[in-house]
Design a protein around this ligand. Structure first.
Ligand code: NAP
Length: 376
């Protein structure tokens, strides 16, 4: 199921707090950074905060710049992004500014929470998602029913922790403010629990007045059939690698990446890499990944095209090479068409060998792009 791109945004003190315990919201960002946040808000389809943030901060969550709002309308979008909150209890203040400013508002809640919110007269579209609120179901609802493709989650710590731990966050935008809070009762950005094991990828760091913005992407593959946000990043990279292939009239252009369970890239490759006219992407990547061992047994292979099941150019097809390397998880964008090998079923070979195969069709067009010359 395609989900929205989920961007977590937060400002944090040097000792890791989101706020203090005083009655007023602690201002951690600088004026120029608040303007950057306004720009990010203007670029998304929806902004989400937890009910705790509405209770603590009473925020409006608007796009403040009139120019940015005008640009949204000129582009055929709503003047303001959809404002979304989540609550299990539905215990929310009907007079909170969240409900009475900006454009459309949505409360995603439980069955009990919806009854409570309706009784309180909350001025929002109230959607119960069952006895408990499951984040994947909530994101699927936003994607499928509300057309949300980019979602900015602006906290608080409970929401950020859950989205990151459940591997649903595509990006973290973190602003480090040069001050300390030092109060153990103040809310922290991330709570205890299970996070991805390895390192996230730092994709940007920028000084903005006296704060520093850092942007990170998660890197850890999902497990089995469960898709993580990082799976989508790695598959997008495999599709980019496919663009590097020397074109051929008799073979597909494919990219592949091998990634360890902790998110470390082990190897990458693409078709006909290094002047070898017949090498396949997965074969090229696996040749660099080293011998079979525990690391490969827990690794994921990302391939823009389903690994081949039969080939004339070499004795072993890629599905077999992957199994022989010990890899038991493959993520791909595009099932192999009948162009060269009718009825190829690399996924079937992999599944018969005990590997999980995940197909993310939302990347199929990107995987096909360097192969257009083979169509028709
Ligand atoms: N510095 C920053 O960038 C920043 C940004 C935002 C917020 N903050 C600060 O963060 C603090 C608030 O953080 P917080 O952790 O207390 O609250 P929060 O994350 O904003 O909201 C937590 C609430 O959201 C609802 N919720 C979360 N996950 C849910 C789930 N899976 N199912 C159903 N409901 C769910 C629950 O509401 P119910 O209790 O109604 O069931 C829960 O109590 C405030 O002090 C605020 O100032 C700072």
């Amino acid at each position: 199921m395609p989900l929205p791109y989920v961007l977590l945004s937060a400002a944090v003190s040097l000792d890791g707090y989101l706020d203090d315990t005083g009655p007023e919201r602690l201002l951690l960002s600088s004026p120029a950074d608040f303007d950057r946040v306004d720009e990010v808000r203007a670029s998304v389809d929806a902004i989400l905060v937890g009910a705790g943030t509405i209770r603590a901060d009473n925020p409006r969550l608007l796009v403040n710049s009139a120019e940015r709002r005008a640009a949204r309308t000129a582009a055929g979008k709503a003047e303001y992004p959809l404002k979304v909150t989540v609550s299990a209890t539905g215990e929310l203040d009907p007079a909170a500014r969240f409900w009475h400013t900006g454009g459309e508002k949505l409360l995603l809640t439980t069955d009990d929470g919806a009854r409570r919110a309706r009784a309180l007269g909350i001025a929002a579209d109230t959607v119960p998602l069952g006895p408990v609120l499951d984040w994947r179901a909530a994101l699927e609802y936003l994607h499928d029913r509300r057309g949300v493709r980019r979602l900015m989650a602006e906290g608080g710590g409970t929401v950020h922790t859950q989205l990151l731990q459940q591997e649903l966050a595509d990006e973290l935008q973190l602003v480090l403010a040069p001050l300390f809070v030092g109060d153990p009762d103040a809310p922290r950005l991330f709570g205890p629990g299970g996070y991805q094991g390895g390192r996230l990828r730092l994709v940007e760091s920028r000084r903005i007045e006296d704060v520093v913005l850092t942007r990170y992407l998660p890197t850890a593959p999902g497990t089995g059939d469960r898709v993580s946000a990082a799976d989508r990043h790695w598959l997008a990279l495999a599709c980019e690698l496919a663009e590097l292939c020397p074109p051929s009239a008799t073979a597909f252009s494919v990219g592949a990446v091998v990634v360890a369970a902790d998110g470390t890239e082990l190897a990458r490759g693409y078709s006909r890499e290094g002047g070898d006219p017949v090498v396949h992407a997965e074969e090229a990547a696996l040749a660099k990944a080293g011998p079979a061992g525990p690391r490969l047994a827990a690794a994921t292979v990302y391939s823009s095209l389903e690994p081949c099941a039969r080939r004339a150019s070499r004795p072993a097809p890629c599905a077999r090479l992957i199994l022989d390397a010990g890899v038991r998880r493959v993520v791909t964008a595009w099932r192999e068409p009948d162009t060269f090998v009718p009825g190829a079923d690399g996924s079937g070979v992999l599944a018969a060998g005990g590997a999980a195969v995940v197909v993310l069709p939302e990347y199929e067009e990107r995987a096909k792009a360097p192969n257009r010359h083979l169509e028709g």
